[in-house]
Design a protein around this ligand. Structure first.
Ligand code: FUC
Length: 748
């Protein structure tokens, strides 16, 4: 199944060539070495520091002065004052950490040939195989969600040929255990950072089982000689229990998990792992056609894609995104951070944390359309946790009710503004999380249970916004102040401003979500009344002199110093939101298009991923495909298909994969649009298992100018408007039954 495989003809030299495996909690990068193999390990709760409160008591007393300077147009002074008094203490958050490395020094006979390493996305197995001295060696590694462990198997095609030394190392403070006959271990603690003491303890353990041969301890290592095959079960645990509780017992957790699989064969463990993986992975299939380069090793395919676009690489990118989501975000684990769960650095880029002014949300653009709704659960839990810590920040920094999240959070759910006012002083991260989770609920048909769970979260975010909105002097319009249009400096030497377009859009979505949820739950109270009133006073989108959608209240766009800035925050209204729509708000859609043209398509990995989605919403398939071509090149995609910001940042993987699906199916709960942005480069293909808003599942196939087949399965009885080119028809769906297109129809 080459279509669902990454493969290479040489071992990884760089980390971004190694292959990721993960079960949501544990991750490993598999290098596929021959005589020396490395598994670089991660555990999703191993971060620096410990529970802390970053609120700054000076914030509230200085808030009004900053506001007044912003309204007076004295932006640089406002930003300087904000930097002095409104920012978190410490000014940075805690970084995500690598756990350690498992090393295998294997005795192999002689010259190596016939090498191949691969990652099978459908089974979630990383395999390495090679010939040496007439013996074929093979290794397979899985990160099993079924047993919550990593398992490595070493094989040879002749008896007694598996001989190796197993060791482990970590850069964290701690030390290796003395090995027992079959087990090596390491114990330590996490690091301090930014003056916050490391409060976690953690442990790594690896236990060997062999068929034949001997196993002996050697200081901290275990030596296996002459076995027919060996299995190594690997676990990492920390004492983390919750963002405010670090009293767990990592040793006990590891012992329990290892005991649970004692006596189970590799086959048993692998079967359980593969079937759990397939339960999620097999729900969606995609075929966009092939090209001769589809047969090349993955690194060469990426290099070849510029000269001749490889449609199968785009399809693989979707499935790889789904694989990465399943591997880094499962119910009960931490959400996927900037690097999913894969990080080998003590001081990773941007702390490998959660950046909430685009990156964390982008990570979760994929799972709903890609039929992996349960992978969103960690994000929902994170939102619930920051709603607790963010209530303190709302009170201390703004004197407001409800809760706030600014542009970053970490394992400890810090919510105060960090890094500097220019980047961090943006109070609508929580509103975005709520808008996103409401869209997630919309995909699932807004089931009562989920709506009940979301309501307090959304209500808290809305209360905060109601308390911080201020009238623009001289108008009745309500805006945020201080805020910023994520990370973009306006022509007045600062990014600090009042009422950036993105905030107005986010708050509108937040308020719409609150009112829809309240209606569903039969709630009508002082909050819904206040939200209705404030909603009518939010500034509408404005079209500037260049015909663009204004990024700010003022028409500053053409004078901004970085006119091609990577963030396209004001286009949030077009994607992921649906406030701007080609059919319903054509003038705003044309203005958004103009803004996108002014910004240009070249950006960081995630910046490109966002742009592809925007072009898809504008229904320009060829342009979307051209921008996709900029993502699927060695500049923006590493040999292991990890997105290159650069450096590695996983949001581009998820945003890019979501965009490819957005080119094929769009939905808003009422309409389902088939092939809204199909590029000419994909003349025939098929996709099945794509989810549409309103608890629907879509399958379709096309060839030339025809939609050959289409089917919609809906969980409830409903009418849906089906759009295809200029065609529109109302389809009546019955609960749980699939509707199918009676015969092929023309696409245009
Ligand atoms: C935001 C972006 C950067 C980077 C960082 C993690 O600050 O502006 O490009 O993605 O998040």
């Amino acid at each position: 199944m080459a279509d669902l495989e990454l493969w290479y003809d040489a071992p990884a030299r760089e980390w971004t060539e190694a292959l990721p495996i993960g079960n949501g909690r544990l991750g490993a990068m598999v290098f596929g070495g021959t005589a020396r193999e490395r598994l670089q390990l991660n555990e999703d709760t191993l971060w620096a520091g410990g529970p802390y409160s970053p609120q700054n008591q000076e914030a509230k007393p200085n808030l009004e002065a900053v506001r007044a300077l912003v309204f007076a147009g004295r932006y640089a002074e406002a930003e300087a004052l904000a930097d002095r008094h409104l920012m978190a203490r410490p000014l940075k958050q805690m970084p995500y950490q690598p756990a350690g490395d498992i090393w295998i020094e294997q005795q192999i006979a002689g010259n190596m040939s016939d090498y191949r390493r691969s990652l099978d996305l459908a089974r979630a197995v990383a395999a390495t195989t090679f010939l040496s001295g007439g013996v074929r060696y093979r290794r397979e590694v899985i990160a099993s969600a079924a047993d919550n462990l990593i398992v490595l198997r070493l094989l040879a095609d002749r008896p007694g040929q598996v001989t190796f030394t197993l060791s482990l190392a970590s850069d964290q403070p701690g030390s290796a255990d003395r090995a027992t006959a079959d087990t090596i271990g390491w114990r330590g603690r996490n690091r301090d950072a930014e003056g916050i003491a490391g409060r976690l303890t953690f442990a790594i353990r690896a236990k060997v089982r062999t068929t034949g041969g001997t196993t002996t301890p050697l200081d901290a290592m275990v030596r296996v000689e002459g076995a027919d095959e060996a299995t190594v079960v690997i676990d990492v645990a920390t004492s983390f229990r919750r963002y405010d509780d670090v009293a767990g017992d990592p040793d006990a957790a590891i012992s329990a998990r290892l005991a649970a699989v004692a006596g189970q064969s590799w086959q048993t463990l692998e079967t359980a792992h593969v079937s759990e993986h397939k339960r999620l992975f097999d729900r969606l299939a995609i075929d966009l056609g092939r090209s001769p380069s589809s047969e090349l090793p993955t690194d060469r395919r990426i290099a070849a894609n510029a000269a001749q676009p490889d449609p199968a690489l785009a399809a693989l990118y979707v499935q790889y995104g789904r694989y990465l989501m399943i591997s880094s975000s499962r119910p009960g684990t931490q959400p996927a951070n900037l690097q999913g769960i894969w990080n080998d650095q003590i001081d990773p880029p941007w702390g490998s944390k959660y950046t909430t002014n685009i990156n964390l949300q982008m990570n979760y653009w994929l799972p709903d359309p890609a039929n992996l709704a349960e992978c969103v659960e960690p994000l929902l839990r994170l939102a619930e946790e920051v709603s607790i810590t963010g209530a303190q920040t709302a009170r201390v920094h703004y004197g407001a009710r409800g809760w706030v999240l600014h542009h970053n959070t970490d394992l400890w759910r810090a919510t105060a503004p960090i890094d500097g006012a220019k980047w961090g002083l943006w109070p609508t991260g929580g509103a975005w999380l709520c808008a996103h989770l409401w869209d997630h609920a919309t995909f699932g048909g807004r089931p009562d249970g989920l709506v009940r769970r979301l309501y307090p979260l959304i209500a808290g975010a809305a209360r905060f916004i109601l308390d911080i909105l201020v009238p623009v002097p001289g108008t009745g319009e309500l805006v945020t102040n201080p805020s910023l249009s994520p990370e973009n400096v306006h022509p007045y030497g600062a990014s600090i401003c009042a009422g950036p377009t993105m905030d107005n859009q986010l708050i509108r979505d937040l308020f719409e979500a609150l009112l829809a949820a309240a209606t569903q739950l039969g709630i009508e109270d002082e909050l819904t009344a206040a939200v209705r009133d404030a909603r009518s006073r939010l500034p509408a989108g404005r079209i500037g002199k260049a015909g663009q959608l204004q990024e700010w209240l003022e028409d500053w766009d053409m004078q901004a110093p970085e006119i091609d800035h990577r963030h396209v925050s004001h286009l949030y209204g077009l994607y992921p939101s649906r406030q701007i729509d080609v059919d319903r708000t054509p003038e705003l859609a044309a203005a958004a298009r103009r803004s996108l043209e002014i910004r240009g398509d070249n950006a960081t990995g995630w910046g490109i991923g966002w742009r592809i989605n925007l072009w898809a919403r504008l229904r320009d398939g060829d342009h979307a495909h051209e921008v996709l071509g900029m993502l699927l090149t060695p500049e923006r995609t590493y040999p292991n298909l990890f997105d290159a910001h650069p450096p590695f940042q996983i949001d581009g993987n998820f945003g890019g994969a979501a965009a490819i699906l957005e080119m094929l199916v769009q939905s808003d709960g009422e309409r389902v649009h088939l092939l809204p942005a199909l590029p000419t480069a994909w003349p025939s293909g098929s996709v099945s298992g794509v989810r549409a808003r309103g608890a629907m599942e879509i399958g379709l196939s096309w060839d030339g100018g025809f939609l050959l087949t289409a089917s919609i399965r809906s969980e409830s009885a409903r009418n849906v408007r089906l759009l295809l080119g200029r065609n529109e028809r109302i389809v009546r769906l019955h609960a749980g039954e699939a509707w199918s297109l009676p015969e092929p129809i023309r696409r245009d």
